[in-house]
Design a protein around this ligand. Structure first.
Ligand code: PLP
Length: 830
């Protein structure tokens, strides 16, 4: 007789001995090596497999738990997940960090070296993708039934090197040695259709229905990655889709005897999931990008409907059991795809399908910048997704009817709200589709949400008041403090215990120690050790000797004009000029900048080159005598961030007010005890409120002042003529002082400021920025006072955990509750 009980298995132990046995077993049976001739990579693989064994048990229990309780599930749809490395994170979340390291030590292996072999999973550009990764960590930690859905890019974010001062992009072949964290699921396979045409037909019930026929099909195959919560036995799932050619497609040619064409077409269709678009905050209008979007959305929705149907015989409960979050407009075609699946495939009446769709979806906006708002030519849609275009027209028709009813006679309102932009050669406005198809739309910081309501989405705010809400971003303290900064984590836990790991508001308890001299000294020595570690890395990788006792002034983020790395450079040159002019009593500074530029973004790449040219000049000038260093660290990614962030004294958050939606780098740095120099932009405003205005270096125009100055007519040249230091700096750049071999190299950079309107108002903010930097310098002379304010920054960061953000989404948008494990599997206590 066949038993229907789960076959018994012995769960893997959490002791050092059990892990030691797993390690050596995996070395032999999984890697096929003996411990004698194993390489560091073999040790990484074996360690990853040993840790993975412990994840899998909890993962299967979690999936069973959700299934048995028929829970409402959260689906986080994102074209990007910037995960970084997994090994340390998995060990810490499982609570087997110490026994694992001890077992490796006994086997004669250094954990840092083993962990350092793992390539970053860099399936994202920057903030938006890293947010998705922090959210996965928080959702698992909070026992929320959630699934990440995205694309398994074969090539993630490009690797950046600097050659002759310039950015060079290299492919990131991160899967070269295999990925021990993923489970291929060749049986989880869905067809995704493209092209073809739509046939109308009258169904036997008399209803007109639509067939989408003669399509080119691509198969989406699932790869699953376990996502462990911290201090919880919940292990959620991240499902990434990979493109496989469809068998039909292949056979058509094979049958015609055209073997070569068949294989060529197979490659063509599988290229869909090859590469991540490396553009941050700019919509790229390439057809392949829209194909990627629809590919992963269609597979994900088919998968969630399939999962729903395992426990339901009809569709009536779908919206009660499903919440889908759209991470930006990238997956917004999901609104039309859900309607297609429910109406065309599952034959629900339009109104019922639409009611459920709008209850299921919610949309997060990440930017106000016009160049980032996605629109697609109607002609592209017509060709690629003809049925979806019809559905979008129908949604639009019904929506505009309703608006017309609500605001009779306002034709211009209809034109502005329409899902179709009729003025730029007819384009589909993806943000409008996302808003109309969602019950909630959120911004990512208070200012950003207010600006959304007042500017780009003001018409929607008027007609659907209350739909636009704020969910201020956060970061996971597990990765960004506990894992990245073990020294500070231990110091904090020694003072206030470990509850901050799952309740970051506990950090407020540090306030009472901010003035404590002994605590300040300990805090400073942790910071010093982190700075020494970064200094070693800089020496090793770049051959630049930086002074770990100098002020580490750090700006790390994507290279973008609105983020104003150029303003930072203007300040560096200002300091350089002062020292050359004989200024005495200098506070030594090391300015560190890191960030990638989109490969097609010429101005951003030019600014990278300027940073490197200025660095070469300043760092090699004998006169400067080490008082000032500028360092550009290549290839900013999560793993480099984990080393740079803990070493920062000063965090540069200097975007033009009103341009940075939230920022999360600002949160990582303040949480690690950096003071911020920043504008009233994005989440800076809320950080300053939380840590106290007296512990934050504020400068610059406000959003209102920026707007007013634009209105009045901004005259950049007047600042140049009115400020001798600024004039000297700009004259040096444009005269070729930093590039004597090609003096005109930076004409375009200076022209952008002086002749083309200085769009981000660097010159208007220059004087205030330099003054503020002088206040930074003065404070740094008083190391005790600096330490006190840095501690107060850490203490004030409780709000900025992604746990808080996720709880807000869960309560206000998704309406889901934690599903806590009933029986605790064995777990090593922290
Ligand atoms: C946090 C993070 C970002 C976002 O930084 P911002 O300063 O908010 O733009 C980008 N890239 C990486 C690798 C990050 O870890």
């Amino acid at each position: 007789m066949v038993s229907n009980k789960t076959p018994h298995h012995r769960s893997a132990g959490m002791s050092k001995q059990a892990i030691h046995d797993s390690l050596t077993n995996h070395m032999i049976y999984s890697s096929g090596k003996s411990c004698i001739n194993a390489t560091t990579r073999d040790w990484f693989q074996s360690t990853a497999y040993a840790v993975r064994d412990r994840l899998v048990e909890r993962w299967m229990e979690t999936m069973q738990r959700y299934y048995k309780q028929d829970v409402k599930r959260i689906y986080y749809l994102s074209l990007e997940f910037l995960m970084g490395r997994t090994l340390s994170n998995a060990m810490l979340n499982l609570g087997i960090d110490e026994p694992c390291k001890a077992a490796l030590y006994d086997l004669g292996r250094d954990f840092e070296a083993v962990a350092g072999i793992e390539p970053d999973a860099a399936l994202g550009n920057g903030g938006l993708g890293r947010l998705a990764a922090c959210f996965l960590d928080s959702m698992a930690t909070l026992d929320l039934p959630s699934y990440g859905y995205g694309i398994r890019y074969e090539y993630g974010m490009f690797r950046q090197s600097i050659e002759n001062g310039e950015q060079v992009e290299h492919p990131d072949n991160w899967l070269r040695y295999g990925n021990p964290w993923e489970f291929p699921r060749p049986e989880v396979l869905y067809p995704v259709k493209f092209h073809g045409r739509v046939v109308e037909y009258k169904h036997e019930d008399g209803v007109v229905r639509h067939h989408w026929v003669s399509t080119d099909d691509v198969m989406a195959m699932a790869y699953d990655t376990p996502i462990p919560g911290f201090g919880s036995n919940t292990v959620n799932n991240l499902r990434l889709w990979s493109a496989k050619s469809s068998r039909d497609f292949e056979l058509r040619y094979f049958n015609q005897g055209n073997y070569i064409q068949a294989v060529a077409d197979k490659n063509e269709s599988e290229s869909l999931s090859k590469v991540l678009y490396p553009d941050d905050s700019t919509a790229v209008g390439r057809e392949l990008r829209l194909k990627q979007q629809y590919f992963f959305v269609s597979a994900s929705l088919q998968d969630m409907l399939h999962r729903y149907r395992k426990t339901h015989t009809d569709w009536s409960q779908l919206a009660e059991k499903t919440a889908v979050q759209l991470n930006d407009t990238h997956p917004s075609i999901a609104v039309a795809e859900m309607m297609r699946l429910l109406v065309d495939i599952h034959r629900l009446p339009w109104d019922q399908a639409w009611g459920m769709t709008t209850r299921i979806f919610s949309y997060t906006n990440h930017t106000l910048m016009p160049e980032a708002l996605e629109t697609w030519p109607v002609s592209v849609f017509e060709h690629l997704l003809p049925r979806h275009l019809q559905i979008i027209y129908e949604i639009n028709h019904r929506f505009l009817q309703q608006v017309m009813h609500q605001f009779p006679g306002d034709v211009d309102l209809l034109r502005r709200l329409s899902l179709i932009d009729e003025e730029h050669g007819r384009r589909v406005r993806m943000s409008h589709l996302a808003i109309v198809g969602s019950h909630a739309v959120n911004g990512v910081a208070v200012l950003h949400t207010e600006l959304m309501k007042r500017t780009i989405f003001s018409d929607f705010e008027r007609i659907t008041s209350g739909k636009i809400v704020n969910m201020t971003n956060g970061i996971t303290q597990r990765r960004w403090l506990n894992q990245a900064n073990p020294g500070l984590a231990a110091l904090i836990s020694g003072k206030i215990g470990q509850d901050w790991l799952t309740d970051l508001r506990q950090l407020a308890k540090l306030r009472e120690f901010a003035g404590d001299e002994e605590f300040q000294a300990q805090f400073r020595s942790v910071k010093q050790a982190n700075k020494e570690r970064l200094a070693e890395l800089i020496l090793e990788r770049l051959g630049i000797d930086v002074d770990p006792s100098s002020l580490f002034d750090i700006q790390i983020k994507r290279l973008h004009e609105y983020k104003r790395q150029l303003l930072n450079v203007l300040h560096v040159i200002t300091l350089y000029n002062r020292i050359r002019a004989g200024a005495q009593d200098i506070v030594p500074r090391t300015i560190i900048i890191a960030g990638k530029a989109a490969p097609g973004y010429a101005m951003a790449k030019r600014i990278i080159r300027l940073i490197n040219d200025v660095a070469a000049t300043v760092n090699n000038d004998q006169q400067i005598d080490g008082k000032l260093k500028l360092v550009f660290i290549p290839n900013y990614d999560v793993s480099n961030a984990e080393i740079i962030v803990p070493a920062a004294d000063l965090s540069e958050q200097i975007s033009t007010a009103g341009t940075e939606a939230s920022g999360t780098g600002n949160m990582k740095l303040a949480l690690n005890g950096a003071l911020t120099i920043g504008t009233l932009d994005g989440a800076n405003i809320e950080i300053r409120e939380e840590v106290g205005a007296e512990n934050f270096f504020l400068f610059g125009l406000t959003t209102g002042e920026v707007e007013a100055l634009h209105q009045r007519g901004y005259d950049a040249a007047s600042y140049y003529h009115g400020n001798a230091a600024l004039k000297q700096v700009l004259d040096m750049i444009s005269s070729g002082y930093f590039c004597p071999d090609e003096p005109s190299r930076y004409h375009s950079v200076v022209d952008a400021l002086l002749r083309h309107g200085d769009h981000f108002m660097l010159l208007a903010d220059y004087a205030a920025y330099v003054d503020c930097q002088d206040r930074v310098t003065e404070l740094y002379r008083d190391q005790a006072e600096w330490a006190k304010r840095a501690i107060l920054n850490v203490a004030g960061m409780g709000k900025f955990s992604s746990d808080r953000t996720i709880l807000e989404y869960a309560e206000r948008i998704w309406r889901v509750e934690p599903i806590v494990p009933e029986t605790a599997l064995s777990r090593k206590k922290m």
